[in-house]
Ligand binder design. Structure first.
Ligand code: HGY
Ligand code: MN
Ligand code: MN
Length: 406
């Protein structure tokens, strides 16, 4: 066996910092919403860095970017994540996994290491799902879970289609990702408090919890705020607020149940007009599919109750629905052992966030490596993972890929 190959820590850390300048926000953090000009700038820089490492770059019809280092065979070990961010994004969510993949390539190049199998680093389109739904859209299309036509026709809140934006930024490709994937490893920040609270250096991810996203349109009747008695209002805003608080109260004691109303818009949104309409989103998550189904039933019942109480009508649209996904047990064990071989502490956990790995798991054995998030914060410009943790995660990723490419 050859001498252990180590990552170049300084190169990794400076690559992450410099990439974070793309779409940088005034007060810190990053905003590279999917298929915006900032996302295009990030994509252009990623392609440039892939080519500088001698990777063969291929872009598929949904804009997924694949950089491949040829091995003796075309069978491929793949790693990657996403470079699109939410509007209050940090430097690490998604981007860390992609740039760590490039560091793995650079370290293998430095070591002049020829591998049996090929290695691909991927950046998947629209993982966040903030602008276009569902989330993990690019990897879902790559895994055959959504047609390219359906994906291209999804619309953002301004009614712009994903396809038009993909064409506009020039990333509707004709290429394709690897056909024979041996295994997929994704390195990602935890984005929650578990590893930090339990002082664990490497999170060995057992799977991803179930996700249920719904958009609700509550329709009432606009009226004068000063002349309309409460008893004769059909107030879409008040109805929507009670729907959220009532459902939250119903679900409060359900084990591991999460409920988030992230978007809440009233129309006409004026101080002296009883809201005519309210469009809101509900994000329900649970690692247990049966409990998630029960939460969805509670939502349906709450909708009926609110319609009766307020006289409003409520339409729903499913934006995303993914069952919990278990990762590959052999890869999980391997990551755990490799991390321990490096002397790192490890702990197993289920991912609270959705990830591209849950889609690639439809094609090949997949697993994830987590590193701690300071204060458990993410989707927040204060998102931070300490340099030593960034380096530990990347070393484990390198070791995991090396364990699969011969
Ligand atoms: O919402 C999620 O879990 C991920 O950030 N797309
Ligand atoms: Mn992410
Ligand atoms: Mn995210």
């Amino acid at each position: 066996m050859f001498e252990k190959i180590l990552i170049n820590q300084d190169r990794l850390l400076s690559d992450i910092q410099s990439f974070g300048q793309i779409g940088a926000l005034e007060g810190g953090g990053v905003a590279r919403l999917a298929l915006t000009d900032n996302d295009r700038l990030g994509r252009d820089e990623l392609v440039r860095r892939m080519k500088a490492l001698g990777l063969r770059v291929s872009i598929d019809p949904i804009g997924n970017i694949f950089g491949t280092r040829a091995g003796k065979t075309t069978a491929t070990v793949m790693t990657g994540s996403h470079i699109d961010t939410v509007l209050t994004g940090g430097l690490y969510d998604g981007t860390y996994g992609v740039l760590a993949g490039l560091e793995v390539i650079a370290a293998l190049n430095d070591a002049r290491c020829m591998t049996e199998h090929s290695i691909t680093v991927a950046a998947f389109t629209n993982e966040e799902g903030s602008r276009f739904q569902p989330d993990m859209l690019g990897s879902l299309v790559f895994a055959g879970g959504m047609s390219i036509e359906a994906a291209r026709s999804t619309r953002d809140s301004a009614g712009v289609t994903l396809g038009a934006e993909l064409d506009r930024i020039g990333y509707a490709g004709t290429g394709h990702g690897p056909e024979k994937i041996i295994s997929y490893y994704e390195l990602h920040i935890e984005q929650g408090p578990v590893l930090e609270d339990e002082k664990i250096q490497i999170g060995v991810v057992t799977g991803v919890q179930g996700i249920s996203w719904t958009r609700l349109t509550v329709t009432g009747r606009s009226a004068h705020a000063g002349t309309t008695p409460m008893r004769s209002r059909v107030d879409a805003g008040l109805a929507a607020m009670e729907l959220v608080t009532s459902l939250s109260a119903t679900l409060k004691d359900v084990p591991d149940q999460l409920i988030t109303c992230g978007s809440f818009r009233v129309v006409p949104d004026l101080v002296n007009v009883v809201p005519q309409r309210c469009v809101l989103t509900l994000d329900l998550r649970n690692p247990d599919e049966k409990l998630l189904l029960r939460a969805e039933e509670c939502l349906s019942q709450t909708i009926l109750d609110i319609e009766t109480t307020y006289g409003v009508s409520i339409q729903t649209e499913t934006l995303a629905r993914f069952e919990p996904v278990p990762f590959d047990s052999c890869l999980i064990d391997r990551i755990e052992n490799l991390a321990r071989d490096n002397g790192y502490s490890t702990g197993r956990l289920c991912s609270g966030a959705g990830h591209d790995a849950q889609m690639i798991a439809r094609l090949a054995p997949a697993a994830m490596i987590f590193v701690p998030s300071v204060n458990g914060l993410s989707h927040n410009i204060a998102e931070l993972t300490l340099p030593d943790d960034l380096c530990r995660g990347t070393q484990v990723l390198l070791d995991a890929i090396l364990s699969s490419v011969f």
